[in-house]
Design a protein around this ligand. Structure first.
Ligand SMILES: [Zn+2]
Length: 166
């Protein structure tokens, strides 16, 4: 158990500074453009970043206070248990499409909550568009409505025509 009394691992993690955290946070910024389609994956990425932050901070703490790797390993164990308990939230990844079983590309695995392959998502989008207008268009509509509220005679006319058909 001699290695637990050293600081080899803590020193190795601590010398990396905040780089491990930057590496896990940069992909997190890329989630912005996927919006509501990637809420769960974004949360997973954030939880992973928190785990990395806790471990790198603990390694720095061990070096600063001249503690040993034992403290670091206890911390890693606690983080590992927490990740295991939250595993559905931290690792919500699937390697294959739930609809057709085809192997997914990295972008879909890492970002998309629905895990669908390109073909199945296109098919699903088609059927959803037939049922309802996607949320994206609703936002655009309301903004346009405010701007042109003065001269939207068309919509008003059509409403009136519906009521006074006789
Ligand atoms: Zn598919």
């Amino acid at each position: 158990m001699e290695f637990l009394n050293g600081t080899t691992v803590s020193a190795w993690i601590a010398q990396a500074g905040i780089w491990p955290l930057i590496v896990v946070l940069v992909p997190n910024l890329m989630f912005r453009r996927y919006g509501q389609a990637a809420v769960k994956k974004r949360m997973a990425s954030l939880l992973q970043a928190i785990a990395v932050f806790v471990i790198t901070t603990l390694a720095a703490f061990v070096m600063e206070r001249e503690l040993t790797d034992l403290v670091l390993f206890i911390g890693i164990l606690i983080v590992a248990v927490a990740l295991y308990i939250l595993r559905d939230k931290v690792f919500p990844y699937r390697l294959s499409c739930p609809e057709c079983g085809v192997r997914l590309d990295f972008r879909t695995i890492y970002f998309m909550d629905d895990h669908l392959c390109v073909d199945c998502r296109a098919r699903k989008m088609d059927s959803e568009e037939a049922d309802s207008v996607p949320g994206e268009y609703e936002v655009v509509d309301s903004e346009a409505g405010d701007a042109e509220s003065g001269d939207t005679d068309d919509s008003g006319d059509s409403d009136r025509m519906d009521g006074s058909e006789d």
